[in-house]
Structure formats: structure tokens, C-alpha cells
Design a protein around this ligand. Structure first.
Ligand code: SF4
Length: 518
């Protein structure tokens, strides 16, 4: 194993094929390892601040408030109060004498000025230390102003980003159940764990609406306070990014009996399977929903697959590395790369669970490195060892890739291109193609063959340019994978219904034989 791994972290890195699968995860980051994780407060902001008509006030020093909408651009179709970053700007005097008065005054002033439908108050490290009573201040302001004012117990030192997700779910849960649900359709869903980056939730909403479903609340993207208040009336919670919102889904199941289902909107296979699974959930109440869903998937694939083919031909055999925040995305990315006939040499996440990594172990090839809570030193060593052509990650991974002369695709909160849904798969292929095949890599050769390319630049590079599209009817024989793909949501290893396009179009029959994972 590479010397870049600290001895204390050996059990958080696994190479498939070395020995029986065993990985340690969900533990505190190692001091000195420069974890890519954010703090508890940042985790709570991820989940809550896409509620666009709420006031978000950070009770702490101004530095904590640097984590703003600019860093994570959840879009709104209406109000944009969430784009403003408010802070009580605690200073030395407040630390000595307490910051409750300042918090009260800030809340009153901001509520008067912006007239929000609710307010969230985030606790930061120093507030946890000096012991300001957020609960009491929020209660007083809520009574005076007549809106929900909810404290978020997100002191940064309390754990990692995952603990922040939990703090946000607890705060959100206080809002749910306070609205009127008398006119909510039984054929309805809440969308959890989609943050509407680059407008992705609008793509997914449209799919569900075409299936005949009412969307009660986009809880974590383009969210509205009044929608969240009546979310307990929905017939199903569909949960993407389960690490961030599964706690909320479980709380709603326990208190309101709302069932939930894990989904992923990335890649062709998971997108189609998610829609079919949701349709199957409602099939007892709506006998035509499966047909509508099949029509939807068929129509989308007939557009997508011919367009995708040329990228697959160009990218076939290239190597990819994946390091993302939540493991759900890693599953879908492994399959998306497989669809493009690319090999995944490294896959990891900041906050995956043992179950997540076990599933990654199931779907990856021999020799793949699986890693939990990695750091730049390890990631750099792995990228070089595996000699990858593209690294998929977030803002913190981008410089690692570029310094090593490796293509990069932002699949995290900074992305400006929608990567969800069927159209998102095409956007993803385009992005991967444009970075992997960029002529700039001729100037940073990192492989032996790159040296060949350098001495024979024109001829070698011409070979790698985008091939001509296939004839129009060629997608009939489009194979989704040169190997048997596996769905992490179903756990199948063989007999995938998605091996060929024709099978994808009748996938609802196969779905009928499977139980959704809770
Ligand atoms: S670790 Fe503490 S001080 Fe730093 S950003 Fe998070 S809450 Fe603020």
C-alpha cells in the first residue's frame, strides 16, 4: 500500500481483491491529515439554507458566515432570501458578556426588514462555548413576530459534517407538521436530498409530474417554508443524498408514518430505476402510473442514447477517479462511467457508512481503491498510481487534479451544469469528454504514451478527437454496459434489466418483482 497513507488510516482504505472486505468509517478525522470534510455548522447549512423564503442567521464570528450561497448555489424559482448571508458578528465583548442581546436585536431587525416566513439561527463553535441560550431567544422572537424561529444546534466542534446534517434534520422537523394537509393528494411525494444545483430539481419535478404525482415539498432545494410545514401529508418521501436527509425521513416515518425510498437521479440506470420504483410504490392507487412512467423513460432514452453514443466511443477505456461528499453519488457515478465504457480506479467519499462502502465493493472491479475521509496527500498518490484520465470531485479536489495534469469534473455543489436526469447524463458525458480530451494535457504529459504524443503531437491527437455520430437507428443495439452493471439500490449482480435499451423500456415488469430498499 502506498506510503502516503498514515498508519492510523490504513483501515479506511481498501483495495478490492487484496483481502476480504473490511473498512472503518464514520470516525473523527485524523489530526494532521487535512480532511476534505467541512464542520458541523457547514453540514447544517447544506441541508437548510435552500429554503429560499426563510431567514438564515449565523450566530457567531463573521468568519463562519463565509460559507454562503456563492459556495453552494442552490437555485430558487422565486424568493432569494437564502442568498443573503447574515451574521451576528460576535466579537470579544460578546464572548465575555454573552451574545444573546445581540442575537435578539439582529433577529428583530432582520425580520422587520425582510419579512421572512421563518428564521433559522445557526449556533457556531464559540456560541457552544459561551453557552448562549438560543432556544430561549428564538422562542421569544417567535412569539413577538409570529413566525417560526428555529435554533440549529450546529456548533462546529461537535463532530463532522454528518453531525451537521443531523442537526439540520432536527431543526427542519420542528417545522414539519405545522401546516394544513387537507388538500394533499395521496399520489404525492416530497423530494429530499436534492439541492437544486444548476436547476436540477426542476428536471426531477417535471418527471414526477409527468408520472401524475403531486410534489408537496422540495425540502432541500428551491424550498418554501409553507411547503415544508405540510410535508407530512405526502404519500412518500423520495430521498437522494441519504447521508444528509435520511435522518429526517426516518423521523417522519416514525411520527407521521410517511414511507421513504432511496433514489438517485444520476446516470441512466439509476434515474430510470428510481422512477420505476416510485411508480411501483403508487401502482396500487393508480393503475396507469407504470405505463406513464414507461412512456416517460422510453421517450427520454430515445433522445439520449443516440446523442450519448459518440461520447462513449471517444471515452472508451479511459480511467476515472471519484471522490465525493456522499456515497450515493459514488454509486451512480461508477455506473455512469461504466455506461461510457470507462474504468473506475478509485472511489471514495467524505461521509460514507460501512454499508455504503460494502455496496461500492460489490459494484467495482478488482484493484479499485475504496477510500473514506481521504486527504490531498492520499488522493494525489492514488491518482498518480492509477494514472487516471479524469478526477470527479468538488471544489477542494479541483486543484489536486489540475496540478497533476488530470482532467476534472465538478460533481459537487459548485457545478453550473445540471447533471441529474436523463439530460444530465448527456451533460455529464459532454463534460467528461471536454476535459479528458482537452488538448491542454499535451503540455503536461503524465504517461509514457503522453511522451509519444508529445513527439508526434498532431497525428496522435487527431486520433482522439470526437468520432462522427453513428447512423440514426444504431441506438437499437446500444449496450448500456460492456460488463454486467449492478444497482446499489436493488443489490442485483446479474440479470440486470438494463443491459440493453430494449430491456430498459420494459424495466417496470422487473421492478414489480423487487422490494424497494427502505
Ligand atoms: S469550525 Fe466552528 S469556527 Fe470554524 S466555521 Fe465551523 S462553526 Fe465556525
Amino acid at each position: 500500500m502506498t506510503t502516503a497513507i498514515f498508519s492510523e488510516r490504513q483501515d479506511q482504505v481498501y483495495r478490492k481483491g487484496d483481502q476480504p472486505f473490511q473498512m472503518s468509517c464514520d470516525k473523527d478525522s485524523l489530526a494532521g491529515a487535512v480532511s476534505q470534510r467541512a464542520c458541523v455548522f457547514c453540514g447544517s447549512r447544506v441541508v437548510l439554507y435552500p429554503i429560499a423564503d426563510a431567514l438564515h442567521l449565523v450566530h457567531g464570528p463573521i468568519g463562519c458566515a463565509a460559507y454562503t450561497w456563492d459556495i453552494r448555489g442552490a437555485l430558487s424559482s422565486g424568493p432569494a432570501l437564502h442568498r443573503l448571508s447574515f451574521s451576528t458578528d460576535l466579537q470579544e465583548k460578546d464572548v465575555i458578556f454573552g451574545g444573546e442581546t445581540k442575537l435578539y436585536q439582529a433577529l428583530i431587525e432582520l425580520i422587520n426588514r425582510h419579512q421572512p416566513n421563518a428564521a433559522f439561527v445557526y449556533s457556531t463553535c464559540i456560541v457552544g462555548i459561551i453557552g448562549d441560550d438560543l432556544e430561549a431567544v428564538c422562542k421569544r422572537v417567535a412569539e413577538e413576530k409570529g413566525i417560526p424561529v428555529i435554533p440549529v444546534q450546529s456548533e462546529g466542534f461537535k463532530g463532522n459534517k454528518r453531525a451537521g446534517y443531523n442537526a439540520a434534520c432536527k431543526a427542519m422537523f420542528r417545522l414539519i407538521g405545522t401546516g394544513d394537509v387537507s388538500n394533499v393528494s395521496p399520489l404525492s411525494v416530497n423530494i429530499l436530498g436534492d439541492f437544486n444545483l444548476a436547476g436540477e430539481i426542476w428536471i426531477i419535478r417535471e418527471y414526477f409530474e409527468r408520472m401524475g404525482l403531486e410534489i408537496v415539498a422540495n425540502i432541500t432545494g428551491d424550498g418554501r417554508v409553507d411547503d415544508v410545514r405540510r410535508a407530512h401529508g405526502a404519500g412518500l418521501n423520495v430521498v437522494q443524498c441519504s447521508g444528509s436527509t435520511m435522518d429526517l425521513a426516518k423521523m417522519m416515518k416514525e411520527k407521521y408514518g410517511t414511507p421513504f425510498m432511496r433514489v438517485s437521479y444520476f446516470g441512466v440506470e439509476d434515474m430510470a430505476e428510481s422512477l420505476y420504483n416510485v411508480a411501483r410504490h403508487f401502482a396500487g392507487k393508480d393503475s396507469e402510473i407504470m405505463d406513464r412512467t414507461a412512456d416517460l423513460v422510453k421517450g427520454e432514452l430515445q433522445t439520449l442514447l443516440p446523442a450519448l453514443e459518440k461520447y462513449r466511443r471517444a471515452l472508451s477505456g479511459k480511467k476515472a477517479a471519484i471522490y465525493v461528499g456522499g456515497a450515493f453519488k459514488a454509486f451512480s457515478l461508477v455506473k455512469a462511467f461504466r455506461l461510457l465504457e470507462m474504468d473506475v480506479a478509485l472511489v471514495g467519499s467524505q461521509t460514507g457508512t460501512e454499508e455504503d462502502y460494502r455496496e461500492l465493493h460489490e459494484i467495482t472491479d478488482e484493484g479499485t481503491i475504496i477510500v473514506d475521509d481521504s486527504n490531498p496527500l492520499e488522493l494525489s498518490a492514488f491518482l498518480q498510481e492509477k494514472d487516471v484520465d479524469i478526477f470527479v470531485g468538488g471544489v477542494k479536489e479541483r486543484p489536486i487534479a489540475y496540478k497533476l495534469g488530470v482532467g476534472f469534473c465538478d460533481h459537487n455543489h459548485e457545478r453550473k451544469e445540471a447533471l441529474e436526469g436523463f439530460v444530465g447524463m448527456l451533460n455529464f458525458a459532454k463534460e467528461v469528454y471536454s476535459t479528458v480530451m482537452s488538448p491542454v494535457w499535451r503540455f503536461v504529459p503524465r504517461k509514457k504514451q503522453r511522451n509519444v504524443l508529445k513527439s508526434d503531437r498532431g497525428r496522435s491527437f487527431r486520433k482522439k478527437t470526437l468520432p462522427e455520430p453513428l447512423p440514426k437507428n444504431s441506438y437499437d443495439s446500444f449496450s448500456l454496459s460492456r460488463r454486467q452493471p449492478l444497482s446499489p439500490m436493488s443489490g442485483r449482480r446479474d440479470g440486470s434489466p438494463f443491459g440493453r435499451l430494449s430491456d430498459m423500456l420494459v424495466a417496470e415488469n422487473n421492478c414489480n418483482n423487487r422490494e424497494p430498499r427502505p
